[in-house]
Design a protein around this ligand. Structure first.
Ligand SMILES: [Zn+2]
Length: 252
């Protein structure tokens, strides 16, 4: 465990030393995943859901954790679809990020998946359905109530993770942000800092982002004991290096 931490701590330094970080690097979706899981995910306990029907069901906490992870990536889904379909059509990366990204269609799609009012609406619906922000899975006695309130809880956690993504994206986009308040307004905050563009302090921001990722990882490794999950978390952290190399090859 200690060696993991030491390895991860020197990685940002190594990457900067060997200049593996491209001047431009994109799409650090994994930071959103780390942040949301460190703040919201809890290890699964035997949930009430599995006691209700007598059948073996997924513990409620596990479902909540999945909802959190889905919420953390939801705002970037439009990007993944844009990138995936463009790659299949053989469009060059350069064109994808410099033209396609700014096209009306994909800006509109991005505005929808990054809409703060939409996720706020989802959170309110989740709360109205009986969803609560609590790791305590009791008391759910009535199967009907359980169904609604569990769904509400999943919706609530999904929305909070997505809102966290939107809010943390807000101060880190210079000229490539998305409309934050679709469908009510197309205002986009233009931050002086960009998470990827070296003309806008990205080289200062990126080590900070990796450190945030590292802190989240330490928290997650301490909280979760499952071996496969720990492996996934560490691989997730190594992805910073892999992504940096990927971008430096694909955009150069
Ligand atoms: Zn994003």
């Amino acid at each position: 465990m200690m060696s993991f931490i030491v390895c991860d701590a020197i990685m940002p330094w190594l990457i900067i030393q060997f200049n593996a970080y491209p001047a431009e690097s994109y799409l650090n979706t994994q930071t959103h995943l780390f942040l949301a899981s460190a703040l919201l995910c809890q290890p699964a306990t035997v949930g009430v859901a599995s006691q209700l029907s007598g059948k073996r069901l997924i513990p409620a906490n596990k479902m909540v954790n999945i909802a959190i992870l889905m919420g953390a990536i939801a705002p970037d889904v439009s990007l993944f679809i844009m990138f995936g379909q463009a790659k299949i059509r053989g469009i060059a990366d350069e064109v994808i990020w410099k033209d396609l990204y700014y096209s009306n269609f994909w800006q509109e799609a991005g505005a929808i998946t990054n809409s703060i009012p939409m996720y706020l609406g989802f959170a309110i619906i989740g709360r109205l359905l009986g969803g609560r922000l609590s790791t305590n899975q009791l008391p759910y006695s009535d199967p009907l109530v359980t169904g609604y309130s569990l769904f509400g809880k999943l919706m609530l956690y999904f929305s909070i993770a997505a809102l966290l993504h939107c809010i943390t994206d807000l101060p880190l986009h210079f000229d490539d942000g998305h409309a934050h308040f679709w469908p009510f307004s197309d205002w986009i905050f233009q931050s002086p800092v960009s998470y990827w563009d070296s003309n806008h302090y990205a080289l200062y921001w990126q080590p900070i982002e990796m450190m945030i990722g590292l802190v989240c990882i330490v928290l997650l490794l301490r909280r979760f004991t499952s071996v496969w999950l720990r492996v996934a978390v560490v691989l997730g952290f190594l992805s910073y290096g892999a992504l940096a190399v990927f971008w430096s090859i694909s955009i150069s």
